[in-house]
Design a protein around this ligand. Structure first.
Ligand SMILES: *Cc1c(COP(=O)(O)O)cnc(C)c1O
Length: 394
């Protein structure tokens, strides 16, 4: 009998098997660009899809190292299979290019990662794809903004950097009623705390650069979905070449083995830092899905089982006070990116979201006073002491 394994066990074991050649316990890094065929007929069969197997590292399934990572992340997300990419942006690009064509409409959460905003607003529109950015935290808004050519709904929840939460289940129902593909960027929550495919989504995308890698030492992206969807991406994958390297695939496997442990600590530290900030007299506001003050607190509780280490907050005064605090930190690193074992802090309006026009930033809550912190897995007392001394400089 095959026992259904719990999440932490799957993090450690899913996709893992001793190497069939030498029995290596840990999967090797297959640092190769190409694979040798037994004979010309086999090469032809691999190319025409009659035989599964490796061909060349740019084309799926890339190498055995990539295949093992895909098995593990697909198991954790509860999806059939996946495809790796050189970055989160390459993954999102491949999904939209595979599914959309001229004349189609893409409906996206209005607050998304800056690179995603740029891809949707400046690049897709050049090729005749209609794009609208909608406040998806109210699913009625999604209904109102659906068009008869809406082919893809893209949700980022919790959203970077305002932490707004969108109802995956309700919005996927709306999307499926009109036959749209529902895609969720699950980078902030990870499958440890949110499983979009179980809530009805068709496709999950990740920036592996963040919590999946977990140590701020790689760039990567992954798409998880049905075998049919991943197959539908083949021509874009093969012909655009945003390929993950074998070392990155191996590091992602290694990162996922401790995802459950890291996320538990990111979440408990996140909660304590959020509570500390909310009680601090120099802080104007705090956005963390685990705080009752979050506007979608009940929804977050319903669709998430934890809240990771991502917090946004506003320092009273504004950007100058925020910069002063960021410049005074000693333990926390002033750096973009997120989801690393160490605490990172940044200012979205002038950094990760500087490419979003100022009026759009104001309208969507990416205000100039917003500071984003990615709480790491250090001892939380040290993180809080650092924030306290920096706020004390004001
Ligand atoms: C970082 C990020 C991306 C882009 O990922 P890269 O690996 O940097 O290309 C996409 N979505 C979200 C939510 C992110 O935080």
């Amino acid at each position: 009998m095959k026992l259904e394994k719990k999440f932490g066990t799957q993090c450690v074991h899913a996709g893992e098997a001793p190497d069939p050649t030498y029995g290596a316990h840990t999967i090797p890094i297959f640092q190769t660009s190409t694979f040798v065929f037994d004979n010309a007929q086999q090469g032809a069969a691999r190319f025409n899809g009659e035989e599964e197997g490796y061909i060349y590292a740019r084309v799926g399934p890339n190498t055995p190292t990539h295949a093992a990572f895909v098995k593990k992340i697909a198991a954790l997300e509860g999806g059939e299979t996946g495809q790796t990419f050189s970055s989160g942006m390459a993954a999102i690009t491949a999904v939209v290019l595979s599914h959309l064509e001229q004349g189609d409409h893409l409906l996206s959460t209005n607050v998304v990662y800056g690179g995603t905003y740029g891809l949707f607003s400046s690049i897709l529109t050049k090729f005749g794809i209609e794009v609208s950015f909608v406040d998806t935290s109210d699913h009625e808004n999604v209904k109102k903004n659906i068009r008869n050519n809406t082919k893809l709904i893209f949700l980022e929840t919790p959203a970077n950097p305002t932490m707004i939460v969108s109802d995956i289940e309700e919005i996927c129902k709306i999307g499926h009623d009109i036959g749209a593909l529902c895609v969720v960027d699950n980078t902030f929550a990870t499958p440890c705390f949110q499983r979009p495919l179980q809530l009805g989504a068709d496709v999950v995308v990740h920036s592996c650069t963040k919590y999946i890698g977990g140590h701020a030492d790689l760039l990567g992206g992954v798409v998880v979905g049905t075998k049919d969807f991943i197959k539908s991406m083949t021509s874009v994958v093969n012909s655009t070449g945003g390929t993950m390297g074998p070392l990155e695939a191996w590091l992602c496997i290694r990162g996922l083995k401790t995802l459950h442990l890291r996320m538990e600590r990111h979440a408990s530290n996140g909660m304590k830092v959020a509570e500390f900030l909310e009680a601090h007299p120099k802080i104007g506001w705090v956005r963390y899905p685990g705080l009752p003050s979050h506007p979608q607190y009940d929804l977050a509780k319903k669709q998430m089982s934890g809240y990771s280490g991502m917090i946004s907050f506003g320092i009273k005064g504004g950007i100058e006070e925020g910069q002063k605090v960021m410049n005074s930190l000693e333990l926390c690193s002033l750096a973009v990116s997120l989801g690393s074992v160490d605490t990172l802090i940044q200012h979205p309006a002038s950094m990760t979201h500087a490419n979003v026009p100022a009026d759009v930033r104001t309208e969507t809550g990416i205000t100039d006073d917003l500071v984003r912190i990615s709480v790491g897995v250090e001892d939380v007392e040290d993180i809080i002491a650092d924030l306290e001394q920096a706020l004390g400089q004001l």
